[in-house]
Design a protein around this ligand. Structure first.
Ligand SMILES: Nc1ncnc2c1ncn2[C@@H]1O[C@H](COP(=O)(O)OP(=O)(O)O)[C@@H](O)[C@H]1O
Ligand SMILES: Cc1ncsc1CCOP(=O)(O)O
Ligand SMILES: [Mg+2]
Length: 287
């Protein structure tokens, strides 16, 4: 079992490694948040390429350090590109990060997520807790009613200190089943590799009030995994995103501004990420 001090002790080296290697992060994603995702990847030290035509997946994936698949806005062409890219990524051992946006809302989203999960090895899956629990339901790990109401978390599912242990078990079992990192985000983020399960209590309530905070997190998970190990890279991405959120909120309150400015400050503080601040401000519990 990993301990907190070991994990925090690796943050600095991981961040330096990412900034020196500039991981090429290939995103097949939605048009709603694509620009924010590209800027978030640049801000943390990666290099984004948002390519989604099946005819260039072989060439793009073969030079990428990570592949981020985000099912936010699906089309037949995008799905074809996702499948082709997943095939190549498994051949070239390029880590695949899946963001199952809005899974549970439609058969199209469910079938696309399952097609990738059941036929390809993914390194990580990141969604809000409603999306992650929906994947667990689709795989028969839990038996609960569908709570999906769109791309946002269902209020009844939101991670709290009361449901932390139960949700921790769900994501640990899902991580074991997928042999992948599972990150369920929310007021408290739950992260598991199936052996170690962490609760990270950082971030700000304003973060879900802008579209793209989850997509940006999944994108920088790709960049960070592309430059590190899955668990260490994902933890760095969570801390970078959430502490940028805390700093952005402090700036908003100081200047009495709103969510439009919050979105800009989020990228600002992602760019200004420093490992000492991440370590000092992190609130991590090993469940
Ligand atoms: N109420 C909250 N308080 C603090 N941080 C939050 C809250 N809700 C979401 N976050 C953070 O915002 C980011 C996006 O998470 P989330 O909103 O769960 O994803 P999505 O946008 O995919 O639904 C994550 O970094 C998460 O930790
Ligand atoms: C609103 C919306 N609709 C399809 S994708 C998308 C963006 C979702 O972004 P996030 O999951 O980061 O809130
Ligand atoms: Mg999302």
């Amino acid at each position: 079992m990993i301990n907190k001090e070991d994990l925090l002790g690796k943050i600095d080296k991981t961040l330096i490694n990412i900034k020196s290697r500039t991981p090429l992060t290939h995103c097949i994603t939605n048009f709603v948040t694509v620009n924010d995702c590209a800027n978030a990847i640049l801000a943390i030290g990666g290099s984004p390429i948002m390519a989604d035509d099946a005819d260039e997946m072989e060439e793009v994936v073969s030079i990428a350090d990570a592949l981020v698949i985000n099912i936010g806005k699906l089309s037949k062409d995008q799905i074809a590109a996702m499948i082709s890219a997943s095939k190549v990524a498994n051949k070239t051992k390029t880590p695949i990060i899946l963001d199952p946006v809005g899974v549970g809302v439609s058969n199209l989203r469910n079938n696309t997520a399952l097609e990738i999960i059941n036929n390809y090895n993914i390194s990580a899956i990141r969604g809000n807790i409603t999306e992650i629990k929906t994947i667990a339901k689709l795989l028969g790990i839990i038996d609960e009613n569908n709570t999906a109401k769109g791309v946002d978390v269902c209020v009844d599912d939101i991670i709290t200190k009361t449901n932390l242990k139960d949700n921790g078990k769900i994501i640990s079992n899902l991580a074991k089943k997928l042999n992948a990192i599972v990150l369920a985000s929310g007021p408290i983020d739950l992260l598991s590799d199936g052996i170690t399960t962490l609760a990270i209590d950082n971030g700000d309530e304003m973060m879900p009030l802008i579209t793209g905070s989850g997509c940006m997190l999944s994108s920088i998970v790709g960049t960070c995994i592309g430059g590190s190990t899955p668990l260490e890279g994902t933890l760095l991405a969570i801390l970078a995103m959430n502490i940028a959120g805390e700093k952005a909120r402090a700036k908003i309150d100081e200047k009495d501004e709103g969510t439009g400015s919050f979105r800009a400050y989020l990228i600002d503080y992602l760019y200004k990420t420093d490992s000492e601040t991440l370590i000092n401000k992190s609130n991590i519990e090993i469940l």
